[in-house]
Design a protein around this ligand. Structure first.
Ligand SMILES: [Zn+2]
Length: 275
């Protein structure tokens, strides 16, 4: 689900169309895209001395000397979303309208069709406000993937198959740790429900994408400090109830009540040793 979108204002476009977006509309949005990309690249390539001011308001001596050893920063997380919209075309449309202010690097249709909408090295607006571990700006270090799903239906098999191939490739390309594939609900427990309890995290983990509890669980210790355990995995525990629900939507799925049962505690204890 988008960080700050309002899907109601976006007209529906059928996925059956051979092109997801009409060529005329694409020509317009491509022009906006190019202009924005050029301005970002010139910003990244700026060669200025740093402007550092001391407590008296004086500028410290500073200069620019170009190093010869540098590269581009890589994404280190992947955040998975469902679109909460009705079709791939509708989502593509949302992400090509300036006023929605939302985007993702990839959108995956129910047929397994993969649409890339921003280069992996660029920052897309998909995660919004949240916290995971010590990360407070997830958009700056992650790739966002939107899965075409209205949030109430099972994920389509060809879609999940395509997603796994994509995730494996991203994992290899950028050496993304297995723990760093998370859901939007994990990043923003107070605001976001996606990709929800129907998302096949167990299958993902079997493919090296994120973790899943073992079948045999050692009981959690008596008086287990589950909030600290949730925090160490990455959850924002400022609202304990929301953190518990987010955890259960990801790792329990069959029960998403805001209460930690003995099974939930055992699962968390098991997972805490993997992160
Ligand atoms: Zn989302």
């Amino acid at each position: 689900m988008f960080a700050a979108c309002s899907p109601k204002v976006v007209p529906k476009v059928s996925e059956a169309a051979s092109s997801v977006v009409p060529p005329v509309a694409l020509a317009v949005t491509n022009k906006v895209y190019s202009g924005q990309k050029d301005s970002l690249l010139s910003l990244a390539a700026a060669e200025d001395a740093p402007m550092i001011i001391d407590s008296a308001g004086n500028q410290l001596p500073a200069e620019w000397v170009a190093t010869v050893n540098f590269g581009i920063r890589k994404p280190n997380y992947v955040v998975l979303h469902y679109t909460a919209q009705d079709s791939l075309g509708q989502t593509i449309r949302t992400f090509t309208l300036k006023h929605t202010q939302v985007s993702a690097h990839y959108v995956i249709g129910k047929t397994g069709r993969i649409v890339r909408m921003a280069n992996d090295y660029l920052r897309a607006n998909h995660a919004g406000v949240g916290k995971w571990g010590s990360i407070t700006d997830m958009n700056s270090c992650s790739i966002g993937i939107e899965i075409d799903n209205n949030g109430k239906e099972p994920y389509a098999e060809p879609q999940i198959k395509a997603l796994i191939y994509l995730l494996k490739q991203l994992k290899t390309n950028y050496s993304i740790p297995q723990a760093n594939f998370i859901g939007h609900q994990d990043w923003a427990p107070k605001r976001k429900p996606d990709p929800g309890p129907l998302f096949p995290w167990q299958l993902m983990a079997a493919n090296g994408i994120g973790f899943w509890p073992d079948e045999l669980l050692v009981p959690a210790p008596f008086n287990y400090d589950y909030l600290t355990a949730l925090r160490l995995i990455g959850y924002d525990i400022s609202s304990p109830k929301d953190a518990v629900v987010a955890f259960k939507r990801h790792f329990i799925q069959t029960d998403v009540t805001p209460v930690m049962t003995q099974l939930d505690l055992n699962v968390l204890y098991n997972l805490s040793k993997k992160y």
